[in-house]
Design a protein around this ligand. Structure first.
Ligand SMILES: *Cc1c(COP(=O)(O)O)cnc(C)c1O
Length: 400
C-alpha cells in the first residue's frame, strides 16, 4: 500500500499488516511432539532430551552434546567446569549480547572486553593479542549474526598461550568455518534455542565438545553437581542414590523443550535455506545504494544468517539510525539493533572505566547498524516490502 506524504511531496511507502521483526517457525510436527511429551508423563530431562543431544551432536560433528535451558547457562557451566574463577581473565568481544560477559562475572573472573573487525564485527584477533596478560585463561569468540569468527587465528593464539576456547554460537547453528561445522572446533561451543534464534525451543541451548572428560564435568555442573541425573534415578532401572560432587547449577533442558528441538533440528537445513533466499532478495534489492552498506561474507565460510545487518552511511543521509528505525516502524516494518556494545552498558563502562575511544570499530558500527527482519516464515513479498521501505526512506532522506 502506498500513501502520499504531503509534507515532503515524496511518496511514502507503508506496508500493512505490520511485519514483526521476528516470528518463530513452528509446525504441527513440533506441536504434536509436545503433546506426546505431555501425555507420556515424563516432563523433565528424559528420553527426548537424550535423543535431541545425540542428533544435535551428529549434526555438528561433535562427539558430545549436553542440552541446557539456555545458552547463558551453557556458557556459565563451561566456565565453571573449566575451573575459571577469581583472578582469571576471559577475553570477550564488545559487540555481543551481555550474557557472554555476564557469565564471566558470575564466575568471579574478569571479562576483558575487546574491539571487533570492521567487516564482520566479529572479535578481532589483533585485539585479542593486545589484551593477553599472565591472567588470561580463555577466549570467547562470538559468531556474530551467524558469520563464523576467524577460528584459525583464534586457535593459533589459544594453542600458543594454552587458553580455553569457548564459542558463543547463539547465532551460528548450521554455520561452517572452512569445512568444519561450528560446534566441532573450540574446546566447547554453546548454542541458543531462544525464541528468536534459527532453531527454537522457546528457551534452551546446547553445549558441544569433543572432550569426553570436559563433557562429563559440564554435565554434572548442569544438574546440581549430581553424580547421576533424574532419568537415571527415576526410570525403571534407576537407583535412588546420588552424590553431590560439585556445587552445581540447575540448567537442564526439559523433554517439553527437546520435543520442539527434535523437529526444529530436522527442519533446520530447510529453514536456514529459506533465510538464505531472503538474504538474496535483500542483497539484490538493496545493491547499489551508496547510502547503505550491506553485510559481507568472507570466503570459505557458511553463514547461518541469523541476522541481516545493514549499516547506514550517515554522511550521505539527513536521518540518523534511531530515526531511520522509527520511520521503518511507521512504514510497517519491525527492525532492531544488535548489539549495544558491552562497553556502553553502565555496569561494564563504570566498573571497568571503559572509554568509547578504546573501541573505535564498534563505536562507528553501533551508530549505523540496523537489523532487518530475517526469519524462515517470511515470504518473498515480505522481503520485497522491506526492500521497498528501506529504499523509500533512503530516497526521502538522501543528502543533496
Ligand atoms: C541470544 C544470545 C545469547 C543468550 O542466549 P540464551 O539462550 O537466551 O541464554 C548469548 N549470546 C548471544 C550473542 C545471543 O544473541
Amino acid at each position: 500500500m502506498v500513501a502520499l506524504d504531503r509534507s515532503s511531496q515524496v511518496e511514502t511507502m507503508v506496508r500493512r499488516p505490520f511485519l514483526p521483526f521476528n516470528q518463530p517457525d513452528l509446525t504441527s510436527l513440533e506441536i504434536d511432539e509436545v503433546m506426546d511429551t505431555l501425555r507420556s508423563g515424563w516432563l523433565t530431562t528424559g528420553p527426548k532430551t537424550k535423543l535431541f543431544e545425540q542428533r544435535f551432536a551428529d549434526a555438528v560433528g561433535a562427539s558430545k552434546a549436553i542440552a541446557v535451558n539456555s545458552c547463558t547457562g551453557g556458557m556459565h557451566v563451561a566456565l565453571a567446569a573449566a575451573g575459571i574463577g577469581r583472578g582469571d581473565e576471559v577475553i570477550v568481544p564488545t559487540m555481543t549480547f551481555a550474557a557472554t560477559a555476564n557469565v564471566v562475572v558470575h564466575q568471579g573472573a574478569k571479562p576483558v572486553i575487546v574491539d571487533v573487525a570492521a567487516d564482520t564485527l566479529n572479535i578481532d584477533p589483533a585485539a585479542i593479542e593486545n589484551a593477553l596478560t599472565s591472567r588470561t585463561r580463555a577466549i570467547m569468540p562470538v559468531h556474530l549474526y551467524g558469520h563464523p569468527c576467524d577460528m584459525d587465528a583464534i586457535l593459533a593464539i589459544a594453542r600458543r598461550q594454552n587458553l580455553l576456547v569457548l564459542e558463543d554460537a547463539a547465532h551460528a547453528v548450521g554455520a561452517y568455518w572452512h569445512d568444519q561445522p561450528i560446534g566441532a572446533i573450540g574446546h566447547a561451543t554453546v548454542f541458543s534455542f531462544y525464541a528468536t534464534k534459527n532453531l527454537v525451543t522457546g528457551e534452551g541451548g546446547m553445549i558441544t565438545t569433543g572432550d569426553a572428560y570436559y563433557a562429563a564435568e559440564m554435565r554434572r555442573w548442569v544438574l546440581h553437581g549430581m553424580s547421576r541425573d533424574a532419568w537415571d534415578r527415576y526410570s525403571e532401572h534407576g537407583s535412588w542414590y546420588y552424590e553431590i560432587v560439585s556445587p552445581g547449577f540447575k540448567y537442564n533442558m526439559s523433554d517439553i523443550q527437546a520435543a520442539l528441538g527434535l523437529h526444529q533440528l530436522e527442519r533446520l537445513a530447510a529453514m536456514n535455506r529459506r533465510r538464505e533466499a531472503i538474504v538474496r532478495i535483500y542483497d539484490d534489492g538493496l545493491a547499489g545504494l551508496p547510502e547503505v552498506t550491506l553485510p559481507s561474507t568472507r570466503p570459505d565460510v557458511r553463514h547461518a544468517w541469523h541476522l541481516y545487518v545493514i549499516r547506514l552511511n550517515c554522511e550521505q543521509l539527513t536521518i540518523e539510525r534511531d530515526r531511520f528505525i522509527e520511520e521503518m516502524r511507521q512504514a510497517g516494518i519491525g527492525a532492531s539493533v544488535h548489539f549495544i556494545p558491552l562497553h556502553r552498558h553502565p555496569y561494564y563502562r563504570d566498573s571497568q572505566r571503559l572509554l568509547p575511544s578504546d573501541f573505535p570499530v564498534a563505536e562507528d558500527a553501533y551508530s549505523r547498524i540496523i537489523s532487518l527482519p530475517l526469519y524462515s516464515r517470511m515470504s518473498d513479498d515480505d522481503a520485497a516490502d522491506v526492500v521497498g521501505v528501506v529504499r523509500n526512506i533512503v530516497r526521502r532522506y538522501r543528502r543533496s
